[in-house]
Write a protein of this length. Structure first.
Lengths: 752, 126
């Protein structure tokens, strides 16, 4: 670790640069389609630049090397020397990859690896404008502005140094920081002197006096600052005097004729000095007299007494303003409008940037323990609620005390809910964080498979629990890969089937009640029922006779079986038949479900539904016989009390007519194998819905809503007897209830 | 001495602050881009500004131009990179008093600060 900088700065660097790299990669991919977008080029360049700047302080030499190479290549693109083409983009992305590796190495306190020399060299070549990597693209492109050097020749016609009647010459001696820049100064002097000359010529023509005088004044002021920096004070003084005189001309055009000759002679003097700088000399010229004359001419054009000649070096005194009638409005308007106009903007920006900085990093472990504590708090809150109700119902209750108790319990309930929500929100992150990785993936997949793919991301701002982000990453990669590899067709095949060349792959996220739905939609060839059935029969999952009776949904579900693949050849992308099985397992870990629909030739849609949080569930408690179960509130559509004539039986299965539709019924007592002697007539039907499929669950009693903390069931216990149960919870009265898994319940109802 | 430190990277600001602290400067106000600096600068009345070049929203050069349109005297040191050196002249013309190339040592920065203050003090006194 470099000395002098503590771990905190390195940590800052990692966070900041990590974020920048993420953005950078996304921007690069956008840049690929709009390679000339100057804003974007600037943004990308800036990101690299910032990373490099900080890294140079931390002495991360290897990182700086690759960042610098990539930055100079981008700079060439920014300056219009080269257009970012696919080949160059590959190099840039490779560089980003190396930077990412460096970040993780730095995080692990490892030595940073040496970047690939060929990559660095190629990027550097582009930066120097030597590369012909995108030869085809650059041929027609000419740099927009000629370099100052190119303009130089016609402007360096020096006025003959005749007026240098007494010029003293000394060597221009500068410190290293300034000597370094001398070459640039020389190039710039040519340009600046050209401008001075041009403005003077325009003034002489007396056209647009105000504009020309202003530009002369500005240029001379800049020139003054410039040579001042290079410690050529006399030249600076002359330039400032010219600037001042020219500035006055903007408001006092009557002085033009008397001022012009002096400006011209000073210009010649400055030219002589500029030539001196080129030769590495400081040329002191005799200028006092001309300066005095200029002063007189510009301030005293209408004055009767000539101003006393001020010695050179005295601060040019501000002449008492005799405001010219024309001058006043302009004079007053300028200084006032400018700052005012800027304030609102500046404030808005300030506000913006503040939100960025108002974040603190907290260790995940702390949030997790906070989350657990809140879980316990919710349990205790429920318990207190129940005790309060009991206290209120006892006859010996002190009414006043009970009321106060109830009020307090109510407040506790509200506050606890708020805390729970607040804590949950601390763990929420936008899916964008995850989705941001995929454009790169798709781009690589597209170039590997030779397909044209457009990835559309929708709803990236949907927030989910951090654990969901982590667990969802891999499954989504599998699904996207599948879609690219198997779903979307090659451009020529697409054209043949009358589709546009470019396949559309949509990744969409949205909130759906207490769930988040993530969909992967492609407009590719769709699943072939025939091929899947054939494979399923081959693998003995189903018999030839059964196949015809299977619903599409059942056929598609074979895809999720381990080792199931219809791909004729295994590519290095997918086809080994591992993916979908793993996807399903991962999604189930999140208490989510996965659903697939497909139309042959039109495309496939895979939708994943995940609860917002995996820890706390709003539930409806229902009684079944003497037991109490929890139903996820989000899945409940309605609760009805059917009339006997509404309930029928079709094919031995109980169904119920609900308005215009027929609802399959499941008796909860059957579902949980309650002994016949303990059964009570079930009067209520809870209509449950998941994935647009419905089922009615017959229960005995309705108890009420409760937020239950999900406790996972023992793996072994859960799998040995597959039941429609997703977990267990502790109720407010201290008892234990099972939580009904609606998804599995519906599957079971369909499958009987 | 009051120093306004303008840089979009928090890391860079912390580094520069550390360097400035080593030089004994602790009265430092941070701004994260030109816009931010423009809004903070008038009230802060800095004795010196350290301004990064490349920043989002408003870059250092634009900031210097905007600031100089009303205030000709605040000493400004531009923090640049090797690559930006070719444009330093542009910054000087816009009103920057000095520059320092990243990465700099505390010594170099200290030297540049003294150099700049001496020069600016001189011209102010003259």
């Amino acid at each position: 670790m470099p000395a002098g900088f503590d771990q905190e700065i390195v940590q800052d660097f990692l966070t900041e640069s990590g974020e920048l790299l993420g953005l950078l990669e996304g921007d690069l991919l956008v840049l690929e389609s709009t390679p000339r977008d100057p804003e974007l080029l600037n943004k990308v360049f800036r990101a690299l630049h910032t990373i490099k700047g900080s890294a140079s302080f931390l002495q991360l030499t290897n990182l700086v090397t690759i960042a610098h190479a990539a930055e100079s290549a981008l700079n060439a693109a920014r300056n219009g020397v080269i257009v970012v083409g696919p080949a160059m983009m590959n190099l840039l992305l490779d560089a980003v990859d190396i930077l990412k590796t460096h970040m993780s190495q730095l995080a692990a306190a490892e030595e940073l690896s040496v970047p690939r020399a060929d990559l660095v060299a190629q990027l550097a070549e582009i930066g120097e404008g030597k590369s012909n990597i995108n030869a085809a693209h650059t041929a027609a492109h000419v740099p927009a502005t000629p370099t100052p050097a190119a303009q130089a020749p016609q402007q360096t016609k020096p006025t003959t140094p005749t007026s240098t009647n007494s010029t003293s010459v000394r060597k221009l001696e500068l410190g290293p920081g300034k000597a370094d820049l001398l070459d640039y100064l020389v190039a710039d002097l040519d340009e600046t002197m050209g401008k001075v000359q041009a403005s003077l010529d325009a003034l002489a023509g007396a056209k647009d006096v105000t504009t020309s005088a202003q530009s002369l004044s500005d240029t001379c002021e800049q020139l003054g600052r410039c040579v001042d920096f290079f410690e050529h004070s006399q030249m600076g003084q002359i330039a400032q005097a010219m600037a001042k005189a020219a500035g006055k001309l903007t408001t006092r055009q009557d002085a033009l004729q008397s001022v012009m000759p002096h400006l011209r002679s000073l210009c010649e003097l400055v030219n002589v000095q500029a030539l001196g700088i080129k030769a590495g000399e400081v040329r002191e010229v005799t200028a006092d007299e001309v300066l005095d004359q200029l002063e007189v001419a510009s301030t005293g054009a209408s004055a009767v007494t000539p101003a006393p000649s001020a010695p050179l070096g005295e601060p040019p005194h501000e002449p008492v303003h005799e405001p010219h009638p024309l001058a006043q409005p302009a004079d007053e308007a300028q200084p006032q409008v400018a700052p005012d106009a800027k304030t609102p903007d500046a404030k808005a920006e300030k506000h913006d940037t503040k939100t960025v900085e108002n974040t603190i990093r907290v260790e995940i472990g702390r949030l997790e323990s906070l989350m657990n504590l809140v879980g316990e708090l919710v349990l205790q809150k429920n318990r207190i609620g129940a005790l309060t109700r009991r206290a209120a119902s006892t006859t010996i209750a002190d009414v006043e005390l009970t009321e106060a108790f109830t009020a307090a319990a109510g407040t506790l309930d509200r506050v606890t809910s708020d805390i729970q929500l607040a804590v949950m929100r601390t763990r929420m992150q936008p899916l964008e964080k995850l989705f941001g990785r995929y454009p790169r993936l798709i781009r690589d997949l597209a170039s590997k498979t030779g397909k044209k793919i457009q990835l559309i991301i929708e709803g990236g701002d949907t927030e989910v629990d951090k654990s969901v982000i982590e667990e969802l990453g891999d499954p989504l990669i599998h699904l996207l890969r599948n879609s690219c590899d198997h779903g979307l067709e090659l451009p020529e095949d697409r054209v043949k089937s009358g589709k546009p060349e470019t396949g559309i792959l949509t990744l969409r996220a949205s909130h759906e009640g207490s769930h988040v739905r993530v969909m992967v939609i492609d407009d590719g060839r769709g699943l072939s029922r025939e091929r899947i059935c054939k494979k399923a029969v081959e693998r003995g999952l189903v018999t030839q006779e059964q196949v015809a009776a299977l619903s599409d949904r059942e056929v598609w579900s074979f895809i999720f079986e381990a080792g199931f693949s219809t791909a004729e050849k295994v590519s290095d992308l997918s086809g080994r038949g591992v993916g979908m099985d793993v996807v399903r397992t991962n999604i189930q870990k999140l208490k989510g479900s996965i659903d697939l629909s497909s139309e042959f030739g039109k495309g496939t849609t895979i939708s994943i539904t995940i609860p917002l949080t995996v820890a706390i569930l709003p539930a409806m408690m229902v009684g079944v016989g003497s037991e109490i179960y929890a139903l996820p509130l989000g899945s409940i559509l309605e609760i009805v009390r059917p009339q006997p004539e509404q309930v029928n039986s079709i094919g031995g299965h109980s169904v119920m007519r609900l308005r215009d539709s027929v609802l399959p019924l499941v008796d909860a007592a059957d579902l949980f194998d309650q002994p016949a002697d303990k059964r009570v007539d079930s009067l209520f039907v809870v209509v449950l819905q998941q994935h647009e499929k419905r089922v009615g669950l017959k229960v005995t009693r309705l108890i009420g809503q409760q937020e239950v903390v999900i406790k996972a069931l023992d793996e072994a216990g859960a799998s040995s007897t597959p039941r429609a149960v997703s977990g267990a919870t502790v109720r407010d009265d201290g008892g234990v209830s099972l939580i009904v898994d609606v998804d599995r319940l519906i599957t079971m109802a369909e499958g009987r | 001495m009051r120093i306004l430190l303008v840089d979009d990277s928090k890391t860079m600001r912390n580094i520069q602050k550390a360097v400035l602290a080593q030089l004994g400067h602790t009265e430092i106000l941070e701004a994260c881009d030109g816009q931010d600096a423009l809004s903070k600068a008038p009230a802060f009345r800095a004795d010196l500004m350290l301004v990064d070049w490349n920043m989002p929203n408003m870059d250092g050069l634009t900031f210097v131009k905007a600031w100089r349109s009303n205030n000709k005297t605040t000493p400004i040191i531009m923090v640049t990179t090797e690559a930006e050196k070719s444009r330093v002249i542009e910054a000087i013309k816009a009103g920057v008093n000095n520059y320092v190339v990243k990465p700099f040592t505390p010594d170099l920065l200290s030297q540049r600060i003294q150099e700049t203050l001496a020069k600016c003090g001189q011209s102010a006194a003259a």
